[in-house]
Write a protein that binds this ligand. Sequence first.
Ligand code: ADP
Length: 398
Amino acid sequence: MSSSHVLVLNCGSSSLKFAIIDVQSGSEVLSGLAECLAEQQPLIKYKYDGTKQTITLNHGDAHQVAIAQLVELVKKLGLDKHLIAIGHRVVHGGEHFTHSVLITKGVLNAIKQTSTLAPLHNPANLLGIEAAQAAFSSLPQVAVFDTAFHQTMPPQAFLYALPYSLYKEHGIRRYGFHGTSHYYVSTQAHKVLALDQQNSRIVSAHLGNGCSVAAIKNGQSVDTSMGLTPLEGLVMGTRSGDIDPGIFTFLVNQLKYSPTQIDLLLNKQSGLQGISELSNDCRTIEEAAANGHEQAQLALDIFCYRLAKQIAAFAVPLGGLDALIFTGGIGENSNTIRAKVVSGLSFLGLQLDDDKNLAARFGQQGVITTSSKPCAIVIPTNEELVIATDSAAIAQEL
Ligand code: ADP
């Protein structure tokens, strides 16, 4: 076994996703998820050497217990000897971070300061970093930011039409998220489609529980649909995406909602879940719609309409379109949603190939249109590989 392994940690508020990636081969040596960290019975589920296992976690500070248990597992499997770095997914890097960085005291402080912009995510990411630093004190730790790829957006794309002082004094602007995924799939698209890196126009649609699109010109993000927070833009599993901000005032004045209730409504009770009143899960919605559930069908219609509209809008900053990428759980698997979206974009020159669309599922990559330029293509994302590769590169420079 070579010493080219990176432990990738994605520490959320109620879960910890982890993987050990061999950066030489790009393969996943270990992968798993500690979940229900905020609940009574937290678990770690992991996959190693082709088999799946579950560990029940003890009570206590759930994040620390989960990381301690993960460290024990990594040592028991003898994988610690091959680690060269630990890579952490950090949700918000604000304007401080335009690329991945070695975590120093200064970097930790900057991530802490940015917590005001991501009060749910960054503190959880910090817990992961601090626990990993304590457990693997001799290994370099690297932060990879979800926002970094979008730092190339010009002011006309990232500023809101609000008083400028809110941006200057409080950092209220659009940052965008899913940057690691948009970066990975657009880099892959350049390779697979042999696009000219100096002259390419890509729209990347990351469609998972959270959904966002990015306009990528010559390999750089020039606009994206998420904003200050991941709430802006597309319809998502439980998030509303764009709404009239006047609804906020209506909810407060007429319906007496508190800020916490509004936050819950827009982040957890809206989107596919809110419209269908059935589920946030795309598979369930598709199945129900096929069986005649009207609100499930409505949820799909709104999801696809808004997505197609946003993709078409990004032809403006790009000045046209060479490739549309679908990725994320929905983008990689739902041939139904892809067909609906591509049919709404035929005026851009996209024509679906039904057989190719059906074939590109469950991890299969491929072009799904009859033409190659412009084309729509399915590319499975691999954020863990980007985090591992960046971390290894930074560790090797030390
Ligand atoms: P996350 O954003 O949490 O990483 P994923 O990228 O795994 O989420 O995407 C989850 C979404 O993908 C869910 O809505 C799920 O229903 C959807 N999905 C997964 N497989 C399919 C499928 N075969 N058909 C339609 N949707 C699917």
